[in-house]
Ligand binder design. Structure first.
Ligand code: PMP
Length: 351
């Protein structure tokens, strides 16, 4: 801690990226739920062309992108706000709306807790039951802002729309954030609720199904009033948050929905076949509506599996939290990557 750092930052725990950095050194990367498919030629061409205009500031409203996305989602342009990844949108939300505190499941996306701590937001963690979010447990939260990842991470389990609606309806004094980072792989989107309820924000990302994790693009969908508040925060601190190349890539990827659909269906197909192979090897695997599997072996510890895979240059995600330390979260990569991983697991299980 340097002597010039504000004292309020003395005890921050930032998001730990050390393993992500390590996995960039020749590992099979199955630890951050990225897409194994590189962006299409059309996306690469669009980025190359947009690079010519880098002498100008980018469009702070992402107008072309917003227009195309609004058309695809059947919402108004003004109901969308873009972020530098959905992480930035989550940050805006913590800044804007969490005066009465926050609530989220005890096992979920770790960034909610990190942001709550950063912004000094008081939070409650609501235990999952049998790895599931139970809507009944999200009542009487006294105006706390509620964060629900649907499908949830790292479990991969999705709630059905009536369950999401129950949480929204039973908390009219709370804003309910539905984080749909993985929704394209099997969940049902709650986006239409933004026209029925005034207390909902949906967050989404281009990082997973649209192969753009490195470009950093996410967005929120909410009624105009809430969107305007998020936009005010954005325009106050980072008006040019989405660079021109990312805007061009985003537009090109939206103009090629066929490729996204093909990639998603390939991942779902590989996911189911890997799941079956894992079960045959003695793993218990939770139902996944995402591009990853959450699995534990009946007799071999989660840590041993993680360490052995790592020694073989395969990085999956292991959590030290005792409630889930027997599990590993395995991103669905290409069929070839999965084959490499399954071969190593076969050896571990045979020993
Ligand atoms: N929400 C969830 C549940 C996630 O797992 C992630 C990815 N780590 C994000 C949001 C953030 O994604 P991005 O910032 O890349 O859009």
């Amino acid at each position: 801690m340097g002597k010039f750092l504000s004292s309020k930052f003395n005890s921050l725990t930032p998001y730990d990226t050390s393993e992500e950095i390590e996995s960039m050194n020749g590992y099979v990367r199955l630890n951050t739920n990225e897409s194994p498919f590189e962006p299409s030629v059309k996306v690469i061409k669009a980025v190359r062309e947009s690079a010519r205009g880098l002498n100008y500031y980018c469009d702070p409203e992402c107008s072309l992108l917003a227009e195309k996305l609004a058309e695809l989602l059947n919402v108004k342009k003004s109901e969308i706000v873009f972020g530098n990844g959905s992480d930035e949108i989550l940050n805006f939300i913590f800044m804007a709306f969490c005066e009465n505190g926050a609530a989220f499941p005890n096992i979920t996306y770790s960034f909610y807790k990190i942001l709550a701590d950063f912004h000094g937001v008081d939070y409650v963690e609501i235990p999952l039951r049998d790895f599931r979010i139970i809507p009944e447990d999200y009542k009487n939260l006294n105006g706390r802002t509620i964060f629900i990842a649907n499908p949830n991470a790292p479990t991969g389990i999705a709630l059905k729309l009536p369950e999401i609606e129950e949480i929204i309806k039973s908390n009219p004094e709370s804003l309910v954030i539905i984080d749909e980072a993985y929704v394209d792989f099997g969940g049902d989107s709650a986006k239409n609720f933004i026209h029925e309820y005034d207390n909902v924000i949906i967050t989404r990302t281009f990082s997973k199904s649209r192969s753009m994790a490195g470009a950093r693009l996410g967005f929120s969908i909410s009624c105009e009033e809430i969107s305007n508040d998020i936009r005010t925060i954005k325009n106050t601190i980072t008006p040019y948050n989405i660079n021109s190349m990312t805007q061009a890539a985003g537009l090109a990827v939206l103009e090629d929905e066929e490729t996204t659909k093909k990639n998603v269906s390939m991942i779902k197909h590989v996911r189911e076949s890997v799941k079956n192979r894992l079960v045959e090897m003695g793993f218990e695997v939770l139902d996944s509506s995402t591009n990853f599997l959450f699995a534990k072996h009946k007799t071999i510890s989660g840590e041993k599996i993680f360490e052995t895979l790592k020694r073989c240059k395969i990085m999956v995600r292991h959590f030290s939290n005792p409630e889930i330390s027997e599990y590993n979260r395995i991103t669905i990569g290409s069929a070839e990557q999965m084959q490499i991983m399954l071969e190593v697991l076969k050896r571990i299980v045979r020993q």
